[in-house]
Design a protein around this ligand. Structure first.
Ligand code: SF4
Length: 425
């Protein structure tokens, strides 16, 4: 890996200058002694955030004396797993709540050391098996996942890819040119998801090299960037970053909010900057026990997301990765949440609930059943309020279309291929 193009967590620290006294008015972070002298210019500079990541239990206790009793527990995980968080994300914690949703996502727990034999898997989605070249997952025919880094600004305790992201000894072998070359040689690939780690921790020159390489491939229709930056380090979304990104349209931004408390004036500003510059933002949430495993929390978050023009896209059932069993909910909880959303809030605000099938089976949508029965040209459906209705189907069942063959050849589909779209489903 070329470390000069990836910013080091907790790297060279720039000296914070004392804030100017402004009467009694304090910025929220200044109520922490450690950051009392940090100016708004520094706090709102993503490089300052990145160079001041909190990475040790000692720093945590300095910030939150309330966590003193948990130090040994935190320390017990650090031999195996990484810990780091931006000051910004930690500043959102309410230390008076022992189950604060930001704390549970950011602070290590001894429960991570539990491995449920026969259930937990190191690589639940079999990504390693589906890597034709290191750092590139090619599972679905038309899409690839391009992993450009194993570094993040916050190491989320529930991370699915923790075998390479959180484990101290692991890393992703980055072969940018080989990966671009693979995509160039595979005309069936139309959609590339750049992720990691967090795709936005790499330097802008490296990110632009990847984007430019992909955009030069005519069969790559869509590029997506996967990043948790908006909730955890929103100041990273700068005018300069967005002006670079918008050169490579069509480009979609896939972010990851898990709780309404992550939606702040700063994260709203970050998302607005992307959307105002023509970059659609979609959200993927992981269903996490004790964090967002509640219809009211999910409803509030989905509303807040569409209010800031971010489309709720997927709600993921928590994967079977090792060390995260304490975050998993029963599937029935996810179905209950979906039931509480459909019909009760705008359809625009409703994500698709999926289980990413273990073993690389891909995303399987699950949810409440609304089709109650199918009969002779009639189906019975129920609505969100439980009211049953009969829908009468037509007698004519021939649904063939005159333009199917034209579309098939556009899609490059083989009639012998699997699935209803002849191999491109
Ligand atoms: S930002 Fe994403 S990749 Fe990084 S630790 Fe969090 S969930 Fe994992």
């Amino acid at each position: 890996m070329n470390h000069t193009e990836t910013l080091p967590p907790g790297g060279v620290q720039s000296e914070a200058k004392p804030a100017k006294a402004k009467g009694s008015a304090k910025h929220p972070w200044q109520s922490f002694k450690k950051w009392s002298h940090v100016t708004p210019e520094q706090w709102n500079d993503w490089q300052w955030q990145y160079h001041h990541l909190v990475t040790t239990p000692e720093e945590l206790i300095e910030l939150f004396p309330e966590f003193e009793g948990e130090v040994e527990e935190i320390r017990s995980t650090l031999g195996k797993y990484k810990f780091a968080s931006t000051p910004y994300y930690l500043s959102l914690i309410n230390p008076k709540n022992p189950e604060d949703p930001i704390k549970l996502q950011a602070i290590p727990s001894r429960l991570e050391m539990n491995v449920e034999r026969g259930v937990d898997l190191r690589d639940p989605l079999s990504e390693d098996r589906d890597m034709p070249v290191p750092g590139l997952v090619h599972r679905y025919p038309d899409r690839v996942l391009f992993l450009i880094t194993e570094i993040c600004t916050v190491y989320c305790r529930f991370c699915t890819r923790r075998r390479v992201i959180l484990e101290k000894e692991s890393h992703i072998e980055r072969q940018i040119d080989t990966n671009i070359d693979y995509i160039r040689k595979h005309p069936e690939i139309h959609d590339v998801i750049i992720s990691g780690g967090d795709a936005l921790v790499v330097g802008e020159s490296l990110l632009e090299r990847v984007l430019k390489g992909l955009r030069a491939i005519p069969h790559v229709y869509v590029i997506r960037i996967g990043s948790r930056i908006p909730p955890v380090c929103p100041m990273r979304i700068t005018e300069s970053l967005v002006s670079m990104l918008k050169k490579y349209q069509p480009l979609y931004f896939m972010t990851h909010f898990n709780h309404p408390y992550e939606i702040t004036p700063d994260s709203k500003k970050a998302c607005a900057l992307l959307v105002d510059n023509g970059i659609p933002v979609l959200n993927q949430t992981v269903l996490l026990r004790k964090i967002n495993s509640c219809p009211f929390i999910m409803r509030e978050m989905c509303y807040e997301l569409i209010r800031m023009r971010v489309k709720p896209y997927y709600l993921y059932q928590c994967d079977l990765s090792e060390g995260i069993s304490h975050f998993r909910t029963p599937v029935s909880k996810g179905i209950e949440i979906m039931e509480s959303l459909r019909g009760h809030i705008s359809g625009l605000a409703i994500p698709t609930y999926v289980i990413d099938a273990p073993g690389g089976g891909g995303k399987v949508p699950v949810g409440p059943t609304y089709l109650i029965s199918e009969g002779d040209h009639k189906v019975v459906v129920r609505n969100y309020a439980g009211k049953l209705s009969v829908y009468t189907e037509p007698q004519e069942t021939d649904c063939s279309c005159s333009t199917t063959d034209e579309m098939k050849s556009k899609l490059g589909a083989s009639p012998q291929g699997a699935g209803p779209l002849g191999g491109v489903a």
